[in-house]
Unconditional design. Structure first.
Length: 249
């Protein structure tokens, strides 16, 4: 199965010129520079001489988007957005084959949510404000949405069933609040709000996908990248206008 930019170019002739030739195959491609990859769990139909469809390309790119792999994250994200705009559909069955393979190859994330808030935030990030108060400053409502999906008795661990009981728009707002808080805490506040809020948001979304979220949370994020790829409000302005909610450390 031919994948990557060669397959993209086949379906969409105006996209970038392929620089290599990638395929799912146990055999090297004759005379072509590229990446040939195969895993025993892949179905034999992927050995047919075929071009990955737009739906398959979208699914492959989403399955890759949880790791920083040779500086390709932005390219995969741009392709996800392009394919969504051209009506490509995510294929859960194909994803379920690919994700365990990449997990085996690239490793598990180490984020541990099953701990107290104080321990969870005792990392290397230099913080000016209490993390939860930053969430408060960009909340869509009176309280941050993440509070409504915490597991009973937990300060950090979330309940997937509570999240799935939300309507789609509320789910997206909850994820945006997470990205806004990360962008503010890691980029905007340390730089005294100088620089591009859009670039900070993009960095935070990427960081959320590759480090802060894992499993089904990261999958939900990247399945909805076409909804979440840019801010839906002036989040820095909102944060500054609600600075009375911030708690200095």
């Amino acid at each position: 199965m031919i994948i990557g930019s060669t397959a993209m170019r086949f379906w969409f002739p105006k996209v970038r010129e392929p620089q290599d030739f990638d395929q799912f195959s146990p055999e090297p491609s004759s005379g072509r520079e590229g990446d040939n990859f195969w895993h025993d769990s892949f179905p034999s139909t992927w050995l047919d001489d075929c071009m990955a469809t737009p739906d398959e390309l979208l699914t492959i790119k989403i399955s890759h988007s949880f790791w920083e792999i040779n500086g390709t994250w932005d390219k995969h994200a741009a392709d996800i957005l392009f394919l969504r705009r051209h009506n490509a559909v995510f294929l859960p069955d194909m994803y379920d084959i690919l994700y365990p393979v990449w997990l085996e190859r690239h490793g598990r994330k180490q984020t541990n949510l099953n701990q107290s808030k104080d321990n969870f935030f005792a990392d290397a990030v230099v913080r000016k404000y209490d993390h939860d108060s930053i969430h408060d400053s960009v909340a869509y409502g009176e309280r941050p949405l993440y509070e409504s999906i915490l597991k009973d008795g937990s300060e950090v661990l979330t309940d997937w069933n509570k999240f799935m009981a939300m309507d789609h728009d509320t789910q997206m707002r909850l994820m945006r609040e997470e990205i806004y808080a990360t962008a503010l805490e890691r980029i905007c506040i340390p730089r005294d709000y100088k620089g591009s809020p859009g670039a900070a948001y993009h960095w935070a979304l990427r960081r959320t996908a590759t480090s802060l979220f894992k499993g089904k949370w990261a999958k939900m994020l990247m399945e909805n990248y076409h909804h979440l790829y840019k801010p839906d409000m002036d989040y820095v302005g909102r944060h500054l206008s609600q600075s009375d909610r911030l708690i200095l450390l």
